[in-house]
Design a protein around this ligand. Structure first.
Ligand code: DQA
Length: 146
């Protein structure tokens, strides 16, 4: 079982970016925690970040055949990207939409997600811990489906 954790724009700045909203944990810290949780769960994991929409589309395409599921924090592209939505529909892999913040408790423009309609489920509002919750949820889903 192999899971891709894919991060979108500005998430490379975690730790210093609006810590009152996103916390002080860096993306590297999150990656290290995810690696430890993946080992505990007995799954393989890849962790990637890109600021550009096309590169994220490429990562989703490349996941077909190499990963069994994707955990996607698409950042602001969540609220704008038909291209990411179409990429997810095209590869037919289960996707968990993930956000550190509770997007529904924030500005109106963050309430709309292009990812949610094509996602297995959505985890938001649990900060950095959400990555671990998503890994566990995806692992359980893949094991139940196997
Ligand atoms: C985010 C929420 C998005 O609205 C925002 O644009 C981000 C981060 C989150 O993890 O809370 O970049 O995806």
């Amino acid at each position: 079982t192999s899971i891709l954790i894919l991060n979108g724009p500005n998430l490379n700045l975690l730790g210093t970016r609006q810590p009152e909203v996103y916390g002080t944990t860096t993306l590297l810290d999150i990656e290290h925690r995810c690696k430890a949780i993946a080992i505990e769960l007995g799954v393989a994991m890849s962790f990637q970040q890109d600021n550009s929409e096309g590169a994220l589309v490429d990562h989703i395409h490349a996941a077909r055949g190499t990963h069994d599921g994707i955990i996607l924090n698409a950042g602001a592209y969540t609220h704008t990207s038909v291209a990411l939505m179409d990429a997810i529909s095209s590869v037919e892999l289960p996707v968990i939409e993930l956000h550190l913040s509770n997007i529904h408790a924030r500005e109106e423009f963050r309430h709309k997600s292009f990812i949610a309609p094509v996602a297995l489920g959505v985890i938001c509002g649990f900060g950095a811990a959400g990555y671990g919750h998503a890994l566990r949820a995806m692992t359980e889903h893949l094991r139940a489906a196997a």
